[in-house]
Design a protein around this ligand. Structure first.
Ligand SMILES: NCC[C@H](CC(=O)O)[C@@H](CN)CCC(=O)O
Ligand SMILES: [Zn+2]
Length: 329
């Protein structure tokens, strides 16, 4: 062979194999989703999400403390109102000062001053119809009302102390509206605006909807989450959200959409790209692990290294607790 065809000498040792990674997974890249209900003492399992639980305000700090001690740097909060009457067509309880999200922000800021608090901003957990926006009479989205409501909720979360807001609603123009809302509130330099830009209406969110009681009561999310074949729409949404002032971009789901993540990393090369390893992907890996198809640590590391290889710098992952045990730093 000619001398340039020999590759195996470059990776025949564990250290030279480590050298081949362009980006290495570290604890500070991990953002851990937490589900907070309006039942203060709640601490209940979520059957479709192994090892993930839903907590009330009196239980969440105790659960997070050992994880923070192991190096947890960031959480993303999902509020889950369980009480009767907590939901209405406008998602009023989303930013209820006594509701689960705002209570949790304040508690975590007190208990863990260095923990980075990201809040998902959406209406689906709080609306009686379960859609991510406010609807017209005919059941279609009222974009303008939705965007203004989402922006108001986001500003109230930052007012309560959130370090970041991540609107997962997918309404057109919500990034601009949130940015304007933050500026009007004098908070524009206090919050990291993380946009879910490339978010697809696939089949991988079921366990989350169980956890958050947020499934749409009719229809689906195909009118506002991207078609699963839509690279072009993802690129258009990415460019739009960057122009509207996003500080970071989430691509989700992750495993089936690594091409999109790679494109997002190129289009949004000046912003951190965040992969969201969604509930369905998480549950699928758990199912494979339970069936003995693959080793837990090996397959989880392979999946998460894939997100980094595709250009992600951050990962929202339900495997955060395990990764905190496995990663050295
Ligand atoms: N606001 C949309 C929530 C959406 C699920 C859905 O479309 O119902 C995701 C949360 N941002 C699901 C995340 C997951 O499946 O883990
Ligand atoms: Zn939603």
């Amino acid at each position: 062979p000619n001398i340039s065809s020999i590759l195996q000498g470059s990776y025949n040792h564990p250290l030279t194999r480590e050298w081949q990674a362009e980006r290495v997974l570290t604890k500070s890249m991990l953002i851990f989703p937490i589900f907070i209900s309006d039942e203060p003492e709640e601490d209940s399992p979520i059957p479709s999400l192994p090892n993930i639980r839903r907590f009330g305000i009196n239980r969440i700090a105790g659960y997070l403390r050992p994880l923070v001690a192991k190096g947890l740097r960031s959480v993303i909060i999902f509020g889950v109102p369980m009480k009767e009457g907590a939901k209405d067509p406008y998602g009023t309880s989303a930013d209820d000062p006594n509701g689960p999200v705002i209570q949790c922000i304040k508690l975590l800021k007190r208990e863990f001053p260095d923990l980075f608090i990201m809040c998902d901003v959406c209406l689906c957990e709080f609306t009686s119809h379960g859609h991510c926006g406010i609807l017209r009479e005919d059941g279609s989205l009222n974009r303008d009302l939705s965007v203004r409501r989402i922006a108001a909720v986001a500003v109230n979360y930052v007012k309560a102390g959130a370090n970041s807001v991540a609107p997962s609603d997918m309404m057109d123009g919500r990034i601009l509206e949130i940015k304007k809302g933050l500026i009007n509130a004098g908070l524009e330099n206090k919050a990291f605006l993380m946009s879910y830009s490339a978010k697809f209406s696939g089949n991988l969110y079921g366990p989350f909807r169980d956890a958050a009681c947020s499934a749409p009561s009719f229809g689906d999310r195909k009118a506002y989450q991207l078609p699963t074949t839509a690279n072009g729409l993802a690129r258009r949404a990415l460019r739009r959200d960057i122009a509207e002032g996003a500080d970071g971009i989430i691509a989700k789901p992750a495993t089936f959409y690594l091409d999109v993540m790679r494109e997002a990393a190129e289009i949004a090369q000046d912003l951190p790209i965040c992969a969201y390893h969604v509930s369905g992907e998480y549950a699928m890996l758990h199912a494979a692990i339970e069936k003995g198809i693959c080793d837990e640590k090996e397959i989880v590391m392979e999946a998460h290294n894939g997100f980094l290889r595709a250009g992600a710098r951050l990962i929202i992952t339900y495997f955060t607790p395990e990764l905190l045990d496995w990663l050295k730093n």
